[in-house]
Design a protein around this ligand. Structure first.
Ligand code: SF4
Length: 196
């Protein structure tokens, strides 16, 4: 068992936030240490919590079909994508429409170690929580429309594909019309390198 698999086994057993959530946590992440793309998002949705499969929801369909334009088979190939998040468990519903924020303790405990162990070529950060973890001093929209690096590897920031994010998309139509084309090419290049 490699170091990442050992870490994932420990992560799967984590119940640190049981009292905070008021229900049994279910940590979710997917992928191998050879994955070409590390994708980091906010936290699993309730549907992901129920199924144990990352982005197995409306947001995931938009991400795969409209933005990346790849099949489920490629998205869930553990040698292509390492799919993780700032908070690894569904954090429960907030009093507003959305979910609670990811527990602060989670990223330092798990994410920082995961990204040290995966030999990826690039990062995709999905949503503000993931962007803030890596680039806490920069504005979210500026991050989306500029190129970055994490550990010397290309890193792209995209908005969360959640249907609740309507306003941001209305205000920034150039994201889907232009910016995503560049990010999609980088994703497809990384996928192609996994096939070589
Ligand atoms: S959110 Fe993170 S720290 Fe909390 S129980 Fe899940 S894996 Fe553990």
């Amino acid at each position: 068992m490699d170091d990442l698999e050992k870490l994932k086994a420990e992560l799967s057993a984590c119940r640190e936030c049981r009292d905070l959530f008021g229900f049994e946590p279910r940590p979710v992440c997917m992928g191998n240490f050879v994955a070409k793309i590390v994708q980091v998002s906010q936290a699993p949705s309730v549907h992901v919590h129920e199924t144990g499969i990352s982005f197995n929801d409306v947001s995931g369909r938009r991400l795969r079909n409209e933005w990346y334009r790849i099949s489920e088979e490629v998205f869930y190939d553990p040698d292509v994508f390492y799919i993780t998040s700032v908070g690894h468990c569904y954090p429960g519903k907030s009093k507003n429409k959305g979910d609670n924020p990811p527990p602060k303790i989670c990223a330092g405990r798990w994410l920082a170690k995961e990204i040290d162990m995966v030999r990826n070529e690039m990062f995709v950060l999905v949503g503000k929580a993931a962007a803030d973890f890596f680039f806490p001093k920069e504005g979210f929209t500026d991050l989306v429309f500029s190129d970055h690096t994490i550990k010397g590897k290309p890193a792209y920031v995209i908005p969360h594909p959640s249907p609740l994010n309507v306003r941001w998309f209305k205000e920034h139509p150039e994201f889907e019309a232009e910016r995503m084309a560049k990010i999609r090419k980088a994703v497809h290049d990384a996928i192609a390198s996994s096939e070589g």
